[in-house]
Design a protein around this ligand. Structure first.
Ligand SMILES: [Zn+2]
Length: 231
């Protein structure tokens, strides 16, 4: 059972960055809630907790301590940037473990590609910083900065569908990193098959540790006239 610890950046007395009629804490709370609902709906084999179930005030160290005390397997802290820039960036600690870097890689890719479903978003890069929640947590830990609240980016941050997509991308990234099994009736990845009469059914025919074997089976299916994708 994998343990996932979510950190909603800011809350209570600390709204985080404020601009364009938006408060960072409201956005980060929504993104994390969308992520948690999506994990619950589509995956098994995990438990998840969150630093704030409501709008409590918590110090950075309290949040890291809670994740450490629970023995979390991953820690993800969700933020919105400020400083009149544009785009997406993610952080690990300067002394990050290889697992933290692997988590950053998968999260960064998932989130950026979900954002780019809405608009051409600038990739500000996979960065490192000595942030307390990254320094004090003892498990793979990543902090995401999801666009800028005080620039043109705000128009996407006012779009509920965008916040939902960003939350779901965080969830998919963690699920991939942990290798969480998908629930039988879920379709969490982007549909790639042709859709007829509005319904979409996925059929899995094989799961292989070796990509060559997957490619061999995909070739065989293609020869027989079936569309095949390797995930
Ligand atoms: Zn923040």
């Amino acid at each position: 059972m994998s343990k996932i610890y979510w950190d909603k950046g800011h809350g209570g007395d600390d709204p985080g960055a404020v601009a364009n009629g938006l408060q960072e804490k409201n956005l980060t709370h929504k993104i994390v809630e969308y992520a948690m609902v999506y994990l619950e709906a589509n995956y098994t084999g995990f438990e998840q907790r969150v630093t704030r179930t409501g709008d409590q005030t918590l110090t950075l160290s309290q949040r890291a301590d809670m994740a450490n005390a629970w023995g979390a397997d991953v820690f993800v802290s969700v933020h919105i940037n400020a400083g009149k820039g544009t785009g997406f960036e993610s952080y690990v600690h300067p002394n990050a473990s290889p697992q933290s870097i692997a988590l950053q890689n998968v999260l960064h890719g998932e989130i950026l590609s979900a954002m780019r479903g809405f608009e051409a978003i600038i990739d500000r890069g996979k960065k490192r910083a000595n942030y307390a929640v990254l320094r004090e947590t003892r498990m793979p830990a990543v902090l995401t900065e999801n666009l800028f609240i005080d620039s043109n980016d705000a128009k996407l941050l006012k779009n509920e569908a965008f916040l939902k997509a960003v939350g779901e991308a965080h969830a998919r990234g963690i699920a991939k990193f942990l290798g969480l099994p998908q629930k039988a009736n879920s379709a969490p990845s982007q549909p790639q098959q042709k859709v007829s009469d509005g319904k979409l059914y996925r059929v899995q025919v094989g799961a292989f540790a070796d990509r060559k074997n997957a490619e061999r089976l995909a070739e065989e299916l293609k020869k027989k006239g079936y569309d095949a994708i390797i995930v």
